[in-house]
Design a protein around this ligand. Structure first.
Ligand code: 13P
Length: 271
């Protein structure tokens, strides 16, 4: 696995968080289509250094995609996982099944919470299970439109972070990626502004600092997700508390996804 930190090389005065762009393909692409998409972009993605890149195709394509990613610097992630190792859980996928294939797993995506009833408590169990099996969680949080309009965003997102991370050892915190995805921005073409996303991402980092320490909070990478494109990624990446993107629709197009990663590198190298 790629280390999440680039040492600044100046001894003890800190580090720079390695930017991370993940493509969440959601329920799109057959196995054949997945292989075609990876084939279209893998050479360009592999040539980019300084941005961690993770592809999250559907479960059935993971193993075939892994073949194409071998010997590249591009990582693989799953979009969900159950927290039990095995047993009578029809239709579920366990950490034991993913641990040899995946570097990452997206947990608590708003679509899982909304359509499949996932609670903070369940997300917390999943995060713990992933960590136990050395799979890095990308834990997603974010408010819906009604909550934003009612000015409940801070309280809601803070609770999601607190409950999602409950009982997790401080040593594991730097390996977790947190993704701020306002539900109203997902798949709508109405991305948050950089300032709006920064405000909540700073709050998320502050929450981690309150739960653990400022030092460990500074190590956690926080992504923004919600209608990220090659046109707006620079605005997000310019923000001090945004370390990457969780990209849905634009990750299904090779050129768009490559451009997002290229622009991420450009901005983050100036940070
Ligand atoms: P879109 O980029 O399609 O808005 O999706 C964002 C998302 O939900 C990624 O997890």
């Amino acid at each position: 696995m790629t280390t999440p930190f680039i040492n600044r090389g100046n001894g003890n005065s800190g580090f720079k968080r390695l930017p991370i762009i993940a493509g969440n393909w959601k329920m799109n692409k057959t196995v054949d289509e997945s292989l075609l998409l990876v084939d279209e972009m893998i050479d360009d993605l592999d040539a980019i250094e300084g941005v961690e890149i993770v592809l999250c195709p559907p479960f059935v394509a993971l193993y075939s995609v892994l073949d194409l990613l071998e010997d590249t610097g591009v990582g693989l992630g799953a979009q969900n996982m159950y927290h039990q190792n095995s047993g009578a859980y029809t239709g579920e996928i366990s950490p034991l099944m993913l641990r040899e294939i995946c570097d990452y797993v997206i947990l608590g995506h708003s679509e899982r919470r909304t359509y499949f009833g996932e609670t903070n408590e369940l997300v917390n169990l999943k995060v713990k299970a992933a960590l136990k099996h050395d799979i890095r969680p990308i834990m997603a949080v974010g408010e819906n439109l009604a909550q934003r309009q009612a000015e409940e965003t801070s309280a809601f997102v803070t609770a999601q972070v607190r409950e999602g991370l409950a009982g997790i050892d401080i040593a594991d915190i730097p390996t977790i990626v947190l993704a701020y995805e306002p539900i109203w921005a997902i798949g709508t073409g109405l991305a948050a502004t950089g300032a709006m996303a920064q405000e909540v991402c700073a709050l998320i980092r502050q929450t981690v600092a309150e739960l653990y320490t400022q030092e460990v909070a500074e190590q956690v990478r926080i992504q923004y997700g919600g209608s990220v494109t090659a046109k707006n990624i620079e605005e997000f990446m310019s923000q001090p508390d945004i370390d990457g993107g969780l990209v849905g629709g634009a990750s299904l197009n090779a050129d768009d996804f490559i451009q997002i990663v290229v622009k991420t590198l450009e901005v983050s190298s100036k940070k």
